[in-house]
Ligand binder design. Structure first.
Ligand SMILES: Cc1cc2nc3c(=O)[nH]c(=O)nc-3n(C[C@H](O)[C@H](O)[C@H](O)COP(=O)(O)O)c2cc1C
Length: 370
């Protein structure tokens, strides 16, 4: 590395080590969970997926894409699962490749809830949610057709322990597959968000109504998953200002502050609280600054959402983040931490290839050539 780059790196907080729970990370440039729809038909990550993640192993931590814990938790074609032996073996090849390249990798545990379609459901029925409230928007069916999202079926009270058990089983399989930890996906309008927010949750039982009731499922999942891993290898993702998947709440500031206070007792590796994106703001997001949530959580806080090297560095300097999570920049810059260190030019990602099959726009972005 040239002298000027090593000097720049020495002053950069993004390139300083940090401890998140049980993990010591060599830098604070983390890779966001990114759905890329390149698993095979059995929802198994292929060798190409292992190559993609290994290329990005220079991240302080790779947070692998949203991965469904059960057959009912799927809502898109070719997204991976972690509920069969073959999926576990596929992920094992991914974690081996990332570790061989010197990296660390978490798996994001996912259940889409109502953001699904009968073609993705094991019984061909309606997807499940907290309540029978349909999301506005379209879904991609198993054969890649676009349809309106369906009206979901509310989970019966007696089914809820089974859903918690699915997260627990996913956590166990992730451990057996060699991950360094897991991130609970409570963001972006998927199942846990559908219980948390009153824009969807209309239940009148112990999972609906009061704040205490609406956070119950999330806390039960956190209890189950930390029971498998130990809390210091479990993170959680929340999107208080997120509007994806037709998500809304009458008082997100209160809901997410309360949830973060409740989560504080676990001693989690981190809370991953996303910022409003430009799309969120266009859709009327309250755009609550992530820094406002900082006082409510005891433990490391990380965030994603439009960060650049400069704004990431600034957040670390101001002290409201412990590490910065980059999404789209990691798609097109596999060596992002190194490019930041060198002040090297960044490659723009091609949005058209985010969800297409094959290596183009996936494993064919080159590293920086000095
Ligand atoms: C192609 C794509 C796939 C995504 N997949 C996921 C996902 O699997 N899980 C998740 O929590 N967020 C997902 N997101 C959101 C990103 O993790 C991230 O929060 C968002 O892209 C904003 O960060 P950025 O501006 O650095 O890209 C996805 C975003 C994109 C663009």
């Amino acid at each position: 590395m040239p002298d000027s780059a090593s000097k720049e790196q020495a002053q950069s907080l993004l390139h300083s080590p940090v401890t998140l729970g049980a993990l010591r990370l060599p830098n604070r440039v983390l890779m966001a969970p990114l759905t890329r729809m390149r698993a095979d038909a059995a929802r198994v990550p292929t060798p190409m997926v292992a190559e993609y993640y290994a290329q990005r192993a220079g991240a302080g931590l790779v947070i692998a894409e949203a991965t469904s814990v059960s057959p009912r938790g799927h809502g898109y074609p070719n997204t991976p699962g972690i509920h069969t032996d073959a999926q576990q073996a596929g992920w094992n090849a991914v974690t081996d490749a990332v570790h061989a390249a010197g990296g660390r990798i978490f798996l994001q545990l996912w259940h889409v809830g109502r953001i699904s379609h009968s073609s993705h459901q094991p019984d061909g029925g309606a997807p499940v949610s907290s309540s029978a409230v349909k999301a506005k928007g379209r879904v991609v069916t198993a054969d890649y057709k676009q349809e309106d999202l369906p009206v979901p079926r509310p989970l019966e009270l007696h089914e809820i322990p089974g859903v918690v058990a699915e997260y627990e089983a996913g956590a166990r399989r992730a451990k057996a597959a060699g991950f360094d930890g897991v991130e609970i996906h409570n963001a972006n309008g998927y199942l846990l968000d559908q219980f948390l927010r009153d824009g969807v949750n209309q239940r009148t039982d112990r999972y609906g109504g009061s704040l205490e009731n609406r956070v119950r499922l999330c806390l039960e999942v956190a209890e189950a998953v930390t029971g498998v891993w130990g809390a210091d290898r479990v993170g959680i993702r929340l999107s208080p200002s997120g509007t994806s998947n037709d998500m809304r709440d009458s008082n997100p500031r209160e809901v997410f502050s309360y949830l973060l206070r409740e989560l504080s007792r676990f001693g989690l590796a981190y809370a991953h609280v996303t910022q409003a994106t430009e799309d969120d703001l266009k859709r009327g997001s309250p755009g609550i600054p992530v820094a406002d949530f900082r006082p409510h959580f005891k433990g490391p806080m990380i965030s994603a959402g439009g960060f650049t090297r400069e704004t990431g560095e600034q957040a670390l300097r101001e002290g409201w983040l412990d590490a910065v999570v980059y999404g789209q920049l990691f798609i097109s810059n596999p060596d992002l931490p190194e490019r930041f260190a060198l002040g090297a030019p960044l490659t723009e990602p091609d949005k058209k290839t985010y969800y297409t099959p094959g290596p183009h726009g996936y494993t064919d972005y080159p590293r920086h050539q000095a």
